[in-house]
Design a protein around this ligand. Structure first.
Ligand code: NAP
Length: 459
């Protein structure tokens, strides 16, 4: 081994350790930012190590790729709003997976016939997972952005067609492993894998897209790990495996939070039929004025804020903290209830509230806060809907039956901030809004919160 190879392996070791600490950091909101910096440092170390330890034939393509990637990355970081983060993440997965697939094609091109059997297998996996993750992630991004219809796209005989596509891909993989020089088979496998990614994601509704994305993230990680085996690159094997398994664990946790199974998400066509199995409400939605709502809040002992997707679209995180501080100055105990799938991505509410410097100690997870609702004077729901829908708990026929919810309906009084009669992501009506303890404060969440803060100051 040359000195530069030693250096490369040392930076790979450092990068791998940084990745592991990064994951640990990201497991808690308080340390998540540090976790991201560690991951960035790890990636930087891995890139520098590779550039120094590898025999570079020409720098032209490397500099061109680095510049183009940096420009696109910087543009996405600056211009994509927080609410569009899920589709931005889907695009990143698509790029990462495409890179893995292209490296696989490159390796095939250079070494086709002279690869050991195990490397051929890894190459096949890399190309299949990379290709299907690329198209699957692009479809996911399109659905989340609304460029493609968000409803599940289903047709008669879909499962049979998918099975045929899958078997064709698997057969190509087996034949490729036995005849690595057969380029026709290799490129057919690549093409069918691209098609399979599309077929896999179109029958899934956009409500389930975040789970699908974290599954695709896991596939992209496994594709990177397979690339590591093909290239004999340790840091790719380690980082890819970490990515693959953390993505899978995240998918399982999200499914658990929605009381769904992975198979139900992948094959259930959730959202295809908006079954009106909603509890008969019978009542009317009662509106409340800013002044009356401010009065309730100002004279309450305990107030719980319940943020949801509407808080993110309204960018009301600073307004909510300002109102909370005003109430605390008056001696009110204020807490924030965080549902694991509130918003559109895991940790969405934590990220938003952290941005507004809401102290972590004021954030309560669902299991912690639910027993406190009966002793809560006012639960103020800010742009949340599905995560506070009591039908999930009370109505076994509901589409979201069994999904754990924040039990705001057990509070003494509930004030819901939303713009109008819009439904939640599941498309279901919410009986909470018709309950006698609930009153509706219509308007954009940010402006409602600002008006409430002004009114509280004058109470
Ligand atoms: P939600 O059910 O999507 O409801 C959001 C509500 O916010 C809507 O009813 C809307 O009503 C209101 N709204 C929108 N813009 C607003 C604004 N500017 N000001 C005030 N209100 C506004 O949100 P959620 O309760 O957070 O539930 C999240 C949903 O996403 C769940 O169904 C969950 O399963 C799904 N999901 C989330 C994840 C995740 O990782 N977080 C993953 C998979 C699925 P109006 O139109 O009337 O204003």
């Amino acid at each position: 081994m040359t000195l530069s190879t030693y250096f490369m392996e040392a930076t790979y070791l450092v990068a791998s350790i940084l990745f592991i600490f990064a994951l640990k950091g990201m497991s808690h909101p308080e340390t998540a930012r540090r976790g991201m910096f560690l991951a960035e440092a790890g990636m930087f170390a891995a890139i520098v190590g590779t550039l120094i330890g590898t025999h570079i034939i020409t720098w032209v393509w490397i500099i061109a790729g680095l510049s183009l990637g940096s420009i696109i990355g910087a543009w996405m970081a600056i211009s994509v709003p927080m609410t569009a983060m899920p589709q931005r993440t889907a695009l990143s997965h698509a790029f990462g997976a495409l890179a893995a697939a292209l490296v696989g094609v490159g390796e095939f091109f250079v070494h086709a016939g002279d690869m050991p059997g195990i490397t051929r297998g890894a190459l096949g996996f890399e190309v299949i997972l990379g290709a299907l993750t690329t198209t699957g992630s692009l479809i996911a991004a399109g659905k989340l952005q609304g460029v493609i219809h968000g409803k599940p796209i289903q047709f008669k005989g879909q499962n049979a067609v998918n099975l045929i596509v899958f078997l064709t891909m698997a057969s190509c993989f087996v034949i490729f492993c036995m005849h690595p020089e057969a380029s026709g088979v290799f490129y057919t496998m690549l093409g069918v894998a691209f098609l399979f990614g599309v077929m896999l994601v179109i029958p899934i509704g956009s409500a389930d897209m975040p789970v699908v994305m974290s599954l695709l993230n896991s596939y992209a990680g496994l594709a990177a790990a397979a690339t590591g085996f093909v290239l004999g690159n340790n840091v790719l094997i380690i980082a890819g495996t970490l990515d693959g398994f953390s993505g899978f664990i995240l998918s399982v946790l999200m499914c658990k939070a929605m009381n769904r199974s992975i198979t139900n998400v992948l094959f259930g066509g959730f959202g295809a039929v908006i079954a009106e199995a909603t509890t008969e409400t019978g009542g009317v939605m009662r509106e409340i004025t800013i002044d009356d709502a401010a009065m309730q809040l100002a004279f309450a002992n305990r107030v719980v804020f319940v943020p949801g997707y509407g808080l993110a679209t309204a960018q009301a995180q600073h307004a909510v903290r300002e109102l909370a501080e005003l109430l605390e100055d008056r001696g009110v105990t204020v807490k924030y209830a965080i549902h694991p799938v509130a918003g559109r991505m895991p940790g969405h509410m934590n990220v938003l509230l952290a941005e507004a410097n809401v102290p972590y100690s004021a954030l309560y997870e669902m299991e912690q806060i639910n027993p406190e609702f009966p002793s809560t004077d006012v639960a103020i729901v800010i742009g949340a809907n599905d995560v506070v829908n009591p039908d999930a708990r009370d109505n076994p026929k509901s589409l979201i039956a069994g999904m754990p919810i924040l039990e705001v309906d057990r509070a003494k009084s509930v004030i819901v901030l939303k713009r109008g009669q819009g439904r939640g992501f599941s498309g279901l009506e919410n009986p909470l809004f018709f309950k006698s303890c609930t009153s509706m404060l219509y308007g954009d969440a940010k402006s409602s919160l600002s008006h409430l803060a002004q009114a509280v100051m004058h109470v």
